[in-house]
Design a protein around this ligand. Structure first.
Ligand SMILES: Cc1ncc(COP(=O)(O)O)c(C=O)c1O
Length: 373
């Protein structure tokens, strides 16, 4: 049981009186289902700074959720806020038609490509991670002229129809959207703790999934010549942070090379320093063909997302992807500043140090834990 002084770190029982009032208001004003249920709310946030979020009752919380994985440089980083404000004073949404682009997109594209693998030399901007996944799927299919994409059980890519089909997070999330968009085949993600597969060659969970793709998907579901590529989260986020075995991503890269598929890595949640490197895939020395980028790109300040890849893929696809707010100048300014802060303040090293420390503590807890029953 937690001790009393730990509980009293928050001023009032949760939700506090002001939060309670607003939660009631929420249930009267907002559509049910949006952002979960008001019945589950513990507080209403009104401000945040660094790692601390404060609610309307003055309770302060440590933000372990990091704005759902967006504010990798801390909540409301003053330099990011200033860069965004300055750009909003200078320029709002402007046309993206053939008549005029914005110079700010080029500045961010140039900077972003410097932190991507060397051969990644093109980028397109969108507004949300969902849109960026949709765009990447479209690019893969158009460039290959093939209809199917392999994805993995437990992945999440967004809540649009295409992304729900692409990301089989949980059956309950998708139960009301049948029939799903076609063109996906799935394999189990190699989640070592609860893998449903055994490798026929005596390998671990990673090998078992790679064998499943060859033995089941390519044999019974779709021939390799109809597959555009693989869409994968290098570390699964929403299903509960699953780190794959070391042979998994390199094995996917080999499969893609063997069958002439694109490897599209969704770094919306795992990227921008969250896993101690700019991109989680760097932990396995794998080079993707397409990288989907979102969340942390603007340091949690503005909605902006991107897809990065090689020019030969984008040139082949010539996919018409855009959106009114895609690549908003203030989002570009936020992205530029966020990359600058990550590099200047050595945040990748910092994330690694804290990650190693946290993991050591968790492993010690695991060893000390007693199993009852
Ligand atoms: C891996 C991954 N891809 C895509 C998305 C969708 O991003 P957004 O919510 O910005 O549309 C998410 C969101 O959580 C995600 O975790």
């Amino acid at each position: 049981m937690p001790s009393k002084d730990r509980v009293s770190l928050v001023k009032t029982p949760l939700p506090g009186p002001q939060s309670k009032r607003l939660i009631q208001k929420e249930s009267e004003l907002m559509a049910r289902g949006a952002y979960g249920s008001p019945d589950d709310r513990m507080f209403m946030a009104v401000k945040a700074s660094g790692s601390i979020v404060e609610d309307v009752d003055g309770n302060r919380f440590i933000d372990f959720g990091s704005g759902w994985g967006t504010n990798n440089v801390g909540n409301c980083h003053p330099e990011v806020v200033e860069a965004v404000s300055a750009m909003l004073r200078q320029l709002g949404v402007t046309c993206w038609t053939s008549a005029g682009n914005t110079a700010q997109r080029l500045d961010l594209a140039e900077k972003l490509l410097t932190v991507c693998p060397e051969r990644t030399d093109r980028v397109l901007f969108l507004t949300t991670g969902t849109e960026a996944v949709e765009a990447a799927l479209r690019v893969m299919r158009r460039a290959s002229n093939r209809p199917f994409v392999i994805s993995f059980y437990g992945q999440y890519h967004g809540l649009s129809y295409g992304c729900m089909a692409a990301g089989p997070l949980e059956a309950s999330v998708r139960e009301d959207v049948a029939p799903l968009v076609n063109g996906f085949v799935y394999a189990p993600y190699p989640y070592s703790y609860r893998t449903p597969l055994r490798s026929r060659t005596g390998g671990g969970a990673g090998k078992a999934t790679l064998e499943y793709i060859e033995d089941i998907i390519l044999t019974y579901e779709v021939p390799p010549s109809k597959i555009a590529g693989i869409l994968v989260e290098p570390v699964v986020g929403e299903a509960g942070i699953w780190v794959p075995p070391d042979d998994f991503l390199p094995g996917l890269r080999d499969l893609c090379d063997k069958h002439d598929w694109y490897l599209c890595i969704d770094e919306v949640q795992s990227g921008f320093g969250r896993c101690g490197k700019m991109w989680a895939f760097e932990h396995w020395n794998v080079e993707p063909d397409l990288i989907v980028i979102g969340k942390g790109l603007s340091g949690g300040s503005m909605p902006i997302a991107a897809v990065a890849g090689r020019h030969d893929i984008f040139d082949k696809a010539e996919a018409f992807v855009a959106g009114t707010y895609a690549g908003h100048p203030a989002g570009c300014a936020a992205g530029l500043k966020t990359i600058e802060i990550i590099q200047r303040d050595r945040l990748l090293e910092h994330a690694t140090t804290l990650g190693d420390y946290g993991l050591k503590r968790l492993q010690a807890m695991k060893s000390a834990a007693r199993v009852y029953g």
